[in-house]
Design a protein around this ligand. Structure first.
Ligand SMILES: CC(C)(COP(=O)(O)OP(=O)(O)OC[C@H]1O[C@@H](n2cnc3c(N)ncnc32)[C@H](O)[C@@H]1OP(=O)(O)O)[C@@H](O)C(=O)NCCC(=O)NCCS
Length: 195
């Protein structure tokens, strides 16, 4: 590992999302320390569109949080059907985070299934994933993105604003039928205009 090419990578990260190129500001978090065979080495984070081979890792990530009531479960069938909406962050060939952007209507898309491996939290992975989702919305021409979340403060840090859930269109609530909480929904709606 290492070399001049990687140095350039660390200055400005580039990942392919569909046919477009997404750029992320450099951050110390772009490097994770990994231990292998007793040796410690640094590995570079990479954000990219999900591939079929990532589906099981996406499933494991989402459902590890869903088991603790932090997000909705998703089946393998659901993940395969929506794979094109997902981006992942990988380090040394391991998927450590995922996020989906699903278009709801002509003027609105939803950030769904944002999940970061517990051992990799607070390293900028979530921010990278949301940045990639916003870039994808920009490419698609969707002017507004929202999320329903138990972590509104995280989204506020990324420039989202909290809004009343009732201000979102009815179509947004299709997932509620799959949720055990239904009328006792404890999620907060956050929105951001895509510029
Ligand atoms: C919420 C979650 C996605 C955050 O991911 P992460 O990789 O740990 O977050 P980042 O490191 O990118 O954090 C970016 C910024 O948000 C802050 N942040 C992270 N988690 C936060 C939280 N729960 N509340 C408030 N701020 C938070 C970080 O400190 C950082 O701030 P800084 O820019 O001032 O340094 C992750 O903890 C997670 O997967 N949680 C469980 C699943 C979940 O709740 N997903 C959201 C469902 S919509």
């Amino acid at each position: 590992m290492g070399g001049a090419g990687q140095g350039a990578d660390a200055r400005r990260r580039t990942g392919h999302i569909g046919r477009a190129v997404v750029r992320h500001s450099p951050s110390p978090a772009d490097r994770c320390w990994k231990v292998a065979g007793g040796r410690v080495y640094s590995a570079t984070m990479n954000v990219r569109a999900a591939k079929i081979a990532d589906a099981k890792a996406i499933y494991a990530l989402i459902n590890s949080h869903a088991e603790r009531d932090r997000m909705l479960f998703r089946s393998m069938a659901d993940i395969y059907e929506n794979l094109q909406a997902f981006v992942v962050v990988e380090v040394a060939d391991s998927v450590i985070g995922c996020c989906a952007l699903e278009v709801i209507w002509s003027d609105l898309a939803e950030i769904k299934s944002l999940a970061v491996d517990d051992s990799q939290r607070e390293k900028g992975v979530g921010k990278m994933l949301v940045g990639a989702a916003l870039e994808r919305a920009r490419e698609l021409g969707v002017p507004r993105v929202f999320a329903l979340t138990l972590e509104p403060s995280f989204f506020e840090k990324l420039g989202f604003a909290i809004v009343e859930k009732e201000t979102l269109p009815m179509k947004v609530w299709s997932d509620c039928a799959k949720c055990s909480k239904q009328q006792d929904c404890d999620e907060t709606a956050v929105v951001k205009d895509v510029k």
